[in-house]
Ligand binder design. Structure first.
Ligand SMILES: Cc1cc2nc3c(=O)[nH]c(=O)nc-3n(C[C@H](O)[C@H](O)[C@H](O)COP(=O)(O)OP(=O)(O)OC[C@H]3O[C@@H](n4cnc5c(N)ncnc54)[C@H](O)[C@@H]3O)c2cc1C
Length: 456
């Protein structure tokens, strides 16, 4: 409780789940009912599903970074930083601010929505040589990197160097990897027309996945359609294949092929934020195990949702089924968690989260797309209209909607641009550098910090 004894609600993470929760709390709670605080390293909510379009330059980075301070009605206190540990017993969250100070933030209710990080495996060279597609900085960096490969190949007289700079590998046949490969392949094919010295046939994109199908959640027929679109465009799709080892100038596949390349993009799944492990609580494949009301059993006032939590999928009706890590669920869980926090504050019963999946939309760039809204299978332009319409309507603010629509129109009329900004040149920029996964404390360090001894 604060000096005016308002209960303190702390929300961790300003993604789909966290922002929906905070906005609902602001709307439904009067200011004297509770003090709401949000911990977030960034001053925006990132609309992740459109990230591949930033990487390919169809959208500017700013257009999918939705401001957290757009309206004067937003009254939540924002702490710029990341939570690096939570002591559930003491009800204290340990935060590293963006200026690297470590502070203890006490709470009465905590909503954990820190999302997920890229899932990597113990593959030699992977974290040092692969790029991810999970943050705005990564998308902007990958774009610059891909265009710089064309620039460098164009300038080189060495055929081997040219060949390796013009081959690109994307790992992960889910929607993130498929959209990334499709959008970037389109960018390079359009760009190469401006490089008369380069042979377009040297540009080769590989999309690989250890699973036997692309995007199995789309079903047999649509998955095959997506694969056909990619093959028609010249993307080499290899299924049942992964990476054996990765180096700075080549990647070895598990089927023995060695591909000379300077571009390995890793999108093979996500795993809950490392913050979850600092709690020392039960997890389901790394995600915090919560009830259908999104509460942590045995700990009053602790809620978790989104990619970080294993929320039972009540609509599926199968024992043990949990909601997939998608924005569709995270947003709706955010609103339901806010309602449940308010219900707890007002001594009312909580409600379980139930949502039937609305389907999937996959934008393959240009007029190519596949979608399955409410079970209806669509391809080509109708699928593209549904995909873009869905994302557009899901953007939170009118400013973001206008920016995105303007970018799409501009791109349709004027085509791609191939500007390499160079902003991030010579900075470390691989998987290990973007997601700060080594910033977290162990449960013992959290306890020491909370008890005043500082991290052990
Ligand atoms: C390329 C790509 C394409 C996708 N396409 C789709 C799609 O088409 N449809 C769909 O439904 N889903 C899609 N997804 C998945 C979807 O984006 C996620 O499921 C969704 O973002 C999860 O929401 P969340 O709020 O749990 O996490 P996020 O939206 O990731 O938000 C987590 C927030 O927490 C912050 N954070 C992280 N750690 C900390 C910390 N320690 N302390 C404080 N803050 C922290 C992060 O900065 C972020 O702002 C896609 C994902 C990617 C990467």
């Amino acid at each position: 409780m604060d000096i005016v004894t308002r209960p303190r609600i702390l929300v961790v993470g300003a993604g789909f789940a966290g922002v929906e929760c905070v906005r609902r709390l602001e709307r439904r709670l009067s200011p004297d009912e509770a003090a709401v605080t949000l911990v977030t390293p960034f001053a925006y909510q990132l609309y992740l599903p459109l990230l591949p379009q930033v990487a390919s330059g169809v959208l500017t980075p700013q257009s999918i970074a939705v401001s957290l301070r757009r309206s004067r009605r937003y009254r939540t206190r924002i702490i710029p930083g990341g939570a690096i540990g939570v002591d559930l017993k003491a009800k204290v969250c340990v935060i590293r601010t963006i200026t690297d100070e470590i502070v203890n933030e006490p709470y009465d209710y905590i909503v954990l929505a820190p999302g997920s990080v890229t899932r990597t495996f113990d593959i030699p060279g992977l974290v040092d040589n692969a790029f991810g597609m999970k943050t705005l900085a990564e998308a902007a960096y990958v774009r610059d990197h891909v265009i710089s490969q064309l620039d460098l190949a164009d300038a080189s007289h060495d055929p081997a160097e040219r060949a390796s700079r013009l081959q690109f590998v994307v790992v992960g046949g889910g929607y993130a990897g498929t959209e990334t490969a499709a959008c970037l392949q389109r960018l390079t094919c359009n760009a190469v027309k401006r490089y008369p010295r380069l042979d377009p046939r040297l540009i080769r994109w590989h999309l690989i996945d250890i699973a036997p199908k692309l995007m199995p959640e789309l079903g047999e027929k649509l998955g095959r359609s997506a694969q056909e679109v990619l093959r028609r465009r010249g993307v080499e799709v290899s299924l049942g294949v992964s990476v054996e080892k990765a180096g700075p100038q080549e990647v070895t596949f598990t089927d023995g092929r060695v591909v000379p390349t300077r571009t390995l993009i890793w999108t093979a799944g996500v795993v809950a934020s490392p913050l979850i492990a600092t709690l020392g609580a039960e997890t389901v494949r790394g995600r915090l195990a919560v009830t259908a009301e999104m509460c942590l059993p045995g700990h009053d006032g602790v809620f978790a949702l989104g990619d970080a939590a294993a929320v039972p999928d009540e609509a599926k009706g199968e024992k043990g089924a949990v909601c997939p890590p998608t924005a569709q669920h995270a947003m709706r869980q955010g609103r339901k968690v806010a309602d449940n926090v308010i219900a707890t504050l007002r001594d009312q019963p909580m409600q379980p989260y139930v949502h039937k999946d609305l389907g999937l939309v996959v934008d393959l760039g240009g007029r190519d797309a596949v979608s399955k809204p409410l079970g209806v299978e669509l391809r080509g332009l109708p699928a593209q209209a549904v995909a873009r319409g869905y994302h557009w309507s899901a953007l939170r603010t009118n400013v973001a909607k206008t920016r995105v629509m303007t970018n799409w129109l501009l791109n349709a009329v004027a085509g791609d641009d191939f500007v390499r900004t160079g902003f991030q040149a010579r900075r470390p920029a691989k998987l290990k550098d973007f997601e700060y996964t080594n910033a977290y404390l162990s449960p013992e360090q959290v306890r020491a910090q909370v008890e005043g001894a500082g991290p052990a």
